[in-house]
Design a protein around this ligand. Structure first.
Ligand code: TPP
Ligand code: MG
Length: 618
């Protein structure tokens, strides 16, 4: 029988030869009947594509494998569900890696399935271990992939297919979440399946620290004791805490402790900006108030954050120097790393720690920290981004004002805000005001340019879909996955794309100003980075465009049907030539030419007034 190649045109009934490819697909559908696949085709995944599509599985075909993985990542961040990235061997594998690495660093679950050449031609297998290549287009997939996945599984003829597929699916979702990878050789996909074995689904994953329950029970008491003696406590909410957001006890614990909260970028959309207990996000490109407060706090409770370098700054002696730093983390390696800033580490899944801490807190008479709370709120008000200076260059829109205007336009929405590197990132994390419904979708750890557009495709594909999907990328980042505008146009995805156009790599220009006396190489139009007329390019893909030239024109657009309808829209925003990333912590060279890193509270530009001294009760 001739194989159908495209979804929707094939026979809906499953063909009589039930192959391993069919078994894999049916097993995945048992794991999740609403499964979604992100794919770019290739011969070595032919049977799998056919098996997915004959069963009408939701599948989105993208134009680059990197974008498949990024869309799958955006889908998971938006929906909380695991998607499948399906790619061919060789170049399909290498192209996928950037997207998979981003998901791994940020603990985003996905199952990647790559096709493989027939077993006897496997490069890097027992036949071809020392060879550069054995099979057609092949590479030694396992060795490329292993460092960035939780597990790599090669399905050979002897494998118990169903068991391995279920365990890869479950492992990706088990804490600490992340991608798993399955390679399926073409001859195995095509084999008739005899497998009858029943497999139990959704075995719960175990966390690495499951043997430490005694210490854990003690640790709750120790944390309560620290809270009782603290005068100036802060809680840091990271991505790990945010992932428990569907459990009401995660909000209740913060309300019960009444400890002012600051967040990493991965955790900040847990809060609405209006919440009185939330002060803002911190770090090199964070907000001023949390950075100042970190230097004053006497206790910092770090919940689900690995305290990355952009969060702590390079001068870690200045990171919460007065505080006892309690780190609750599920990953022992994070507590043991040589740069750990933990004074008191608790190795535990927050889903277990938070309920226990809540029970203990409800039974304890905790201090109120009222004066400190008032001080934190005052700083949040005084050191607000709205009081920074903005550019009024004619024909351009300051990125921070763009971001503030966008948040006002979305303040009632359950949005997926997909953000790329460069000014798009710095402006959006510092001046977008989240509500509690929306999500910030960004590849925090890897920060690869080209993430926002494919991630927005994944977010638009999630079910239920967010009410608004927004992609924001600079002109440089836009170039990296611009081909995916075709998918947005072709499938009429309701994605509103904003290109913050700086005519080059502003982030790199800023670095060159700071460290290389302003010498430009590979960063602006004259030094080798020209960009096209983006509006014309978007129109060529069939997307409606708009190019507001002032804040007033932007606000008009954000009220218009173009912005509120369900069609794709591409908006070119020219950012001022004077646009800088501010405030931020800037490394400097001292007189001896050495690089010096200030503490987080010393953000550039410096403020003339001193805001930081806490005058509360000793
Ligand atoms: C894949 C990748 N290559 C290089 C970088 C380094 N990098 C970080 S920001 C940036 C410039 C981004 O330019 P653009 O998207 O136009 O944003 P802008 O800084 O101009 O606002 C570069 C090259 C990166 N993050 N990712
Ligand atoms: Mg740019």
């Amino acid at each position: 029988m001739e194989q159908e190649k495209t979804r929707g045109k094939g026979p809906s009934a499953v063909e009589s030869d039930f192959t391993v490819a069919d078994l894999i697909v049916e097993t995945l559908l048992e794991c999740d009947p609403g499964l979604h696949v992100f794919c770019l085709a290739g011969g070595p995944i032919g049977p799998l594509i056919d098996a997915f599509c004959r069963r009408q599985v939701n599948i989105t075909f993208l134009a680059h494998e990197q974008a498949c993985a990024m869309a799958c990542d955006g889908f998971a961040r938006s929906s909380g569900r695991l998607g499948i990235t399906l790619v061919t061997n060789g170049p399909g594998v290498t192209n996928t890696l950037t997207g998979v690495a981003g998901a791994y660093l940020d603990s985003i679950p996905m199952v990647v399935i790559s096709g493989g050449v027939a077993q006897q031609h496997r490069t890097g297998g027992s036949n071809g271990r020392e060879l550069r290549q054995l099979g057609v287009q092949d590479i030694a997939t396992e060795s490329f992939v292993t460092p960035m996945v939780k597990s790599f599984t090669y399905l050979n003829s002897a494998t118990r297919i169903k068991k391995e597929v279920v365990s890869s699916f479950n492992l990706a979702l088990a804490p600490r979440q992340g991608p798993t990878w399955i390679e399926v050789p073409i001859d195995v996909q095509n084999t008739r399946s005899q497998e009858q074995e029943a497999v139990s689904f959704f075995a719960t994953g175990t966390s690495k620290g499951s043997t430490l329950s005694d210490q854990r029970d003690k640790s709750v008491g120790q944390v309560i004791a620290l809270l009782q003696s603290a005068k100036k406590p802060l809680a840091i909410v990271g991505g790990g805490f945010r992932s428990g957001a569907s459990d009401p006890r995660f909000r209740q614990i913060l309300e019960t402790l009444r400890v002012p909260c600051i967040a990493t970028w991965a955790g900040m959309d847990f809060f609405s900006w209006e919440e009185p207990g939330y002060i803002g996000n911190f770090g090199i490109l964070g907000e001023r108030a949390p950075n100042v407060l970190l230097e004053e706090a006497d206790l910092v409770l770090i919940l689900g954050s690995r305290l990355s370098v952009p969060s702590t700054g390079y001068n870690t002696d200045r990171f919460a120097p007065e505080a006892t730093r309690v780190v609750v983390d599920i990953d022992e390696e994070e507590l043991r790393k040589n740069t750990s800033l933990s004074d008191f580490g608790v190795l535990e899944d927050l889903r277990e720690f938070v309920p226990k801490l809540l029970d203990a807190a409800l039974e304890t008479n905790l201090p109120s920290y009222k004066d400190w709370e008032d001080h934190c709120k005052r700083l949040k008000k005084d050191l607000n981004i709205a009081s920074e200076s903005f550019s009024d260059e004619p024909g351009a829109i300051d990125a921070y004002q763009f971001s503030a205007a966008l948040s006002l336009a979305l303040d009632k929405d359950n949005y997926a805000l997909c953000v790329d590197m460069g000014t798009a990132c710095t402006a959006l994390v510092q001046s977008f005001r989240h509500n509690q419904l929306g999500k910030l979708i960004r590849a925090h750890g890897l920060s690869a340019m080209g993430y926002a557009v494919p991630a927005s495709i994944g977010a638009a594909r999630s079910i239920p879909a967010p009410s608004r999907v927004i992609a924001i990328a600079g002109d440089g980042a836009m170039q990296l996955n611009i081909q995916e505008l075709q998918v947005i146009a072709d499938q009429s995805l309701p994605v509103k794309i904003f290109c913050l156009n700086s005519d080059g790599y502003r982030a790199i220009e800023i670095m060159q100003d700071n460290m290389f006396s302003g010498r430009r190489y590979g960063s602006d139009v004259d030094s080798g980075v020209p960009s096209p007329n983006f509006a014309a390019v978007a129109e060529a893909f069939g997307i409606t465009t708009s190019s507001p030239r002032s804040l007033a024109e932007l606000e008009l657009l954000l009220r218009s049907d173009l912005f509120h309808n369900d069609n794709p829209l591409f908006v070119n925003i020219q950012v001022p030539s004077s646009q800088r990333h501010r405030p931020r912590v800037v490394n400097r060279r001292n007189q001896d030419g050495e690089i010096v890193s200030p503490g987080l509270s010393e953000m550039w530009p410096s403020l003339d007034k001193k805001h930081s001294v806490f005058l509360g009760q000793p």
